[in-house]
Design a protein around this ligand. Structure first.
Ligand code: UDX
Ligand code: UDX
Length: 463
């Protein structure tokens, strides 16, 4: 079996960066190069100030960078030298044309495949790391087979299951690694070649091998199931608020049933992130495409409930503040889609802020890791109002106490640990009264903050 000594990964993002750093760490004899079209991103990967924040990542990068991990914009050189190429570029939901709003935009993946076909001079194993619709490998193969350089390509699907914020741990100790490939002698060999890389630190029973379509579909399905659990618990949070039940108690009670399990049952202001919504939309598109509208409708509801939850939370703020937030200062604590990441793609905070801005609120945002320019570009991307108005109505603070000063209300939208340890007495003292506190993550000690004097509103607890 071929031993891989040189890997290239196209796409130095939240997936490509940490994944390759861990492969480089665990496989010192393999040279790993990460290439990207974005020179600023590559430059940042070569500094102490990495473009993405992930606990534990900087330490690993510092250990392997320059040893057997390299960051570069020279995509052609990366392709030429590698025996195995990971495609880890983004696959956003299409914003134009056929499948707009649902289908995955595969233009970057296609560009990568075309580049590989054009540049490669020796046999390659091409690994899909980006989440893709089922049967994308077919398209990649079709493009590669047009290469004029008479070489053999094997295409594998190796979806990534890491979650941001815990990426390093998820990569070091994964529940499983999934590798899908053609069930031909050449395909099965390629699967083994990739499996042998992971077996440097992962036991064989955790390395699952399937056909390529099962692998592609398993990734979409895993994310759809996880998102479905959140929408299920969030839908019931609304019922809890009107019946007097407590969603955390309900989650604990049902999670104690080993058949249900206790993970992914934390009620929240809604799930975000670059994957859940995109992958479900993708699944919905596929089901409709293959003539299964009932299945499509079933999964689409997961997104409807998530949208409902974000809207409901924003409306609860407006209702509690005597039906208007016009001219009132609302402090938003947390913009990232979850704690321990600087990623805010599809974060619930964006939609809650947008809803409040529609009601003419003045917003002040504090997040420990998300930069102001990203916050503004997230809002501008929605295109609800001109950039100038977003700048006028929303400010970004680097000090949480200043963010909350003179606010009518505070909304906690990310579960950053530091929020639990704030001096809530001091914050309360400097707010306009009555001082409202909306805990969109149920992270605060309710009794404690209520005793300070806050009017506290949480998710899924009796109002
Ligand atoms: C993720 C996953 O790879 C994908 O599975 C998931 O579905 C969504 O996005 P992620 O790493 O989070 O990707 O995306 P991002 O941080 O945007 O990184 C993608 C990188 O690819 C960017 O740095 C971008 O510059 C680069 N890119 C994109 C290329 O190098 N070439 C291209 O043609 C397009
Ligand atoms: C997800 C999958 O977990 C991962 O396997 C896949 O590779 C990529 O997509 P990620 O989006 O990075 O990972 O984070 P995740 O921890 O799944 O959280 C997604 C969203 O759900 C966040 O907004 C989070 O706050 C929310 N969430 C999660 C809840 O609201 N409640 C929960 O119980 C769990």
């Amino acid at each position: 079996m071929r031993k891989i000594t040189n890997i290239c990964c196209i796409g130095a993002g939240y997936v490509g960066g940490p994944t390759m750093a861990v492969i480089a760490l665990k496989c010192p004899l393999i040279r790993v190069s990460i290439v990207d079209i974005n020179p600023d991103r590559i430059a940042a990967w070569n500094t102490e100030n990495l473009p993405i924040y992930e606990p534990g990542l900087l330490e690993i990068v510092k250990e392997v960078r320059g040893r057997n991990l390299f960051f570069s914009t020279d995509i052609e050189k990366g392709i030429l030298e590698a025996e195995m190429i990971f495609i880890s570029v983004n696959t956003p939901t299409k914003t134009y044309g056929v499948g707009k709003g649902h289908a995955a935009d595969l233009k970057y993946v296609e560009l990568c495949a075309r580049k590989i076909a054009e540049v490669a001079k020796s046999d390659k194993i091409v690994v899909e790391k980006s989440t893709l619709p089922v049967r994308t490998a077919e398209s990649i193969k079709a493009i590669l087979s047009e290469s004029e350089n008479d070489i053999e390509f094997q295409v594998l699907s190796n979806p990534e299951f890491l979650a941001e914020g815990t990426a390093v741990n998820d990569l070091l100790y994964p529940d499983r690694v999934l590798i899908g490939g053609d069930q031909t002698p050449e395909g099965l060999t390629a699967i083994e070649v990739l499996a042998s890389i992971y077996s440097n630190w992962i036991s064989n029973e955790r390395i699952l091998k399937t056909n390529i379509w099962s692998s592609e579909l398993s990734k979409l399905t895993a994310n759809a199931f996880l998102a479905q659990r959140i929408s299920s618990i969030n839908s019931l949070s609304a019922l809890c608020e009107v019946t007097g039940a407590d969603i955390d108690e309900v989650a604990f009670a049902i999670g104690s049933d080993s058949r249900i399990g206790n993970k992914f049952l934390k009620s929240s202001v809604g799930f975000g992130g670059s994957c859940f919504q995109k992958d479900i939309l993708n699944l919905v598109y596929l089901c409709n495409y293959f003539g299964l509208p009932e299945v499509a409708e079933y999964w689409e509801k997961v997104i409807h409930i998530n949208d409902y939850q974000k809207r409901r939370f924003a409306n609860n703020i407006i209702n509690a503040l005597f039906n208007t937030v016009s001219g009132k200062k609302i402090a938003i604590l947390g913009w990232a889609f979850k704690k321990d990441t600087n990623d805010s793609r599809e974060s619930a905070a964006i939609y809650v802020a947008d809803h409040l801005l529609n009601d003419q609120a003045r917003i002040c945002v504090y997040d420990p890791k998300v930069q102001a320019k990203i916050i503004y570009s997230d809002l501008d991307f929605l295109n609800t109002r001109p950039h100038e108005i977003n700048i006028e109505l929303l400010e970004v603070e680097t000090d949480p106490y200043n963010a909350c000063r003179n606010a009518h209300a505070i909304a906690i939208l990310t579960e950053w640990d530091e929020f639990k340890n704030y001096d809530w007495h001091r914050i309360y003292k400097n707010m306009i009264k009555p001082a409202f506190l909306f805990d969109g993550r149920n992270i605060l000690d309710l009794k404690k903050v209520a005793s300070i004097g806050f009017k506290l509103i949480t998710i899924g607890k009796p109002l």
